[in-house]
Design a protein around this ligand. Structure first.
Ligand SMILES: *Cc1c(COP(=O)(O)O)cnc(C)c1O
Length: 401
């Protein structure tokens, strides 16, 4: 988690550039800004990192998902297939687009599976919102085959998987649109921020307009601009963009260190009989922000978690009981508790959210424990943590033997 690990002279320099001019707004003010355009530079840096033709920075990863959906033409009444294991923003974005979330099965990649998507398709299915979870990537060959066969729109929420790729193509660039989060807990942070990416010029222009009240951003007189579409304010400020820019430049270094640490941990912990890891469809494309351990069953995972707590091992997530990454705890969604009516209430839920049958997802998340990997770990921190994890797992296995 770069934001919490690395914050230094590079970030301060980019912020200071903005403070020198006092122009905190990303558009206009050409005469006063002394050619400082941090949002634009941030977008170029992200586009370069992932190999995208276009990138548009916004105020958060959540608003980036909204832009990605809108720019891909997903809206009122569309059924959108989503995973039951994701940061809840993905599901919220579908709901606030006026669309209807349909939950489908994930598999050991921790992402929607091709089979899960196929089973959830109905005549009303318009799109799949594929979420690349825990720094890894979905099995794109299998998923693209289903998307193409059924003529669906693919939108990727790579909120936690920027800088991950599958067979050389970055997460976020397989779909019509994709997006990344730069909140404080991602591989790079802007404090708060997000970036929508696409190789499609029309989608890019739509996102650019949509994220700023529909402004077309042509010319340098904001009051005289045209409005090709209705939009809203999802803008990023120059200060946040400045941080995001400096952080994005650190990502190749972070990814390399993360991968080195993850490989060591997998080699060591893999020696324990019964310990497996989430499937990596492309092991060379991992952003390695998480070590994703799969234990033989939920019972053993729960025992291991208890041992971690007892032995003072920290830095892990047991998503099965986590309040906002897993559907078992999303009572507000299941019960339709909303501030104001959405299309789920108006048109009716496409599934019985209270009685979903997702056994593969349940058993997979029940077995999963994810450790945040730090690029800044020293060798001794890495070996010490790894042996503590091993000891806790081994004693859980002995307890249940
Ligand atoms: C973090 C995250 C988001 C939301 O990003 P914010 O910047 O916190 O709004 C969306 N989707 C996924 C998968 C995420 O992990």
């Amino acid at each position: 988690m770069a934001g919490t690990e690395f914050f230094g002279a590079e970030e301060r320099k980019e912020i200071n550039d903005v403070l020198e001019t006092g122009i905190l707004f990303r558009y206009n003010h050409d005469a006063q800004r002394n050619n400082i355009w941090k949002a634009r530079e941030f977008e170029s840096e992200v586009a370069k990192l992932v190999g995208a033709k276009y990138a548009h920075a916004v105020s958060s990863g959540s608003t980036a998902v909204s832009c990605a959906l809108a720019a891909a033409g997903i809206g009122a009444g569309d059924e959108v297939i989503v995973p039951p294991f994701t940061y809840i923003a993905s599901v919220e974005a579908v709901i606030f687009a006026g669309a209807l979330p349909v939950f489908a099965e994930i598999d050991e990649t921790l992402c929607l599976s091709a089979e899960g998507i196929k089973k959830a398709i109905t005549p009303k299915t318009k799109a799949v919102l594929l979420v690349h979870m825990c720094g890894q990537m979905a099995n794109m060959d299998e998923i693209m085959a289903v998307i193409n066969e059924h003529n669906l729109v693919l939108v990727e929420d790579a909120g936690q998987a920027m800088a991950a790729s599958y067979k050389g193509v970055s997460t976020g660039l397989w779909g019509t649109t994709g997006c990344y989060s730069f909140d404080f807990f991602k591989i790079a942070t802007a404090g708060e921020g997000g970036v929508m990416v696409t190789n499609n010029e029309i989608a890019y222009k739509l996102a650019d307009n949509y994220a700023d009240h529909g402004h077309d951003h042509i010319g340098n007189n904001r009051g005289m601009e045209n409005h090709p579409v209705v939009g809203f304010n999802y803008r990023i400020s120059e200060l946040h963009a400045a941080v995001g820019l400096a952080q994005t430049r650190r990502v190749p270094m972070i990814r390399e260190a993360n991968n080195k640490h993850k490989r060591f941990m997998m080699a060591e912990l893999g020696k324990i009989a019964g310990v497996n890891f989430a499937t990596l469809p492309d092991p060379n494309g991992d952003s390695a922000t998480f070590l994703n351990i799969l234990l033989p069953d939920t019972n053993l995972a729960a025992k291991t978690v208890a041992n971690f707590n007892e032995n003072g091992v920290s830095g892990f997530n047991y998503w099965f009981t986590n309040m906002y990454h897993f559907i078992n705890q999303w009572d507000h969604i299941k019960e339709g508790r909303v501030a104001a009516k959405t299309n789920v209430q108006l048109l009716g839920a496409p599934q019985d959210y209270k009685n979903l049958n997702l056994p593969k997802t349940q058993e997979t998340i029940g077995r999963l424990i994810s450790f945040s990997i730090k690029a800044s770990w020293t060798d001794s921190e890495l070996t010490e943590l790894t042996s503590k994890i091993a000891a806790s797992i081994q004693s859980a296995m002995q307890q249940s033997a």
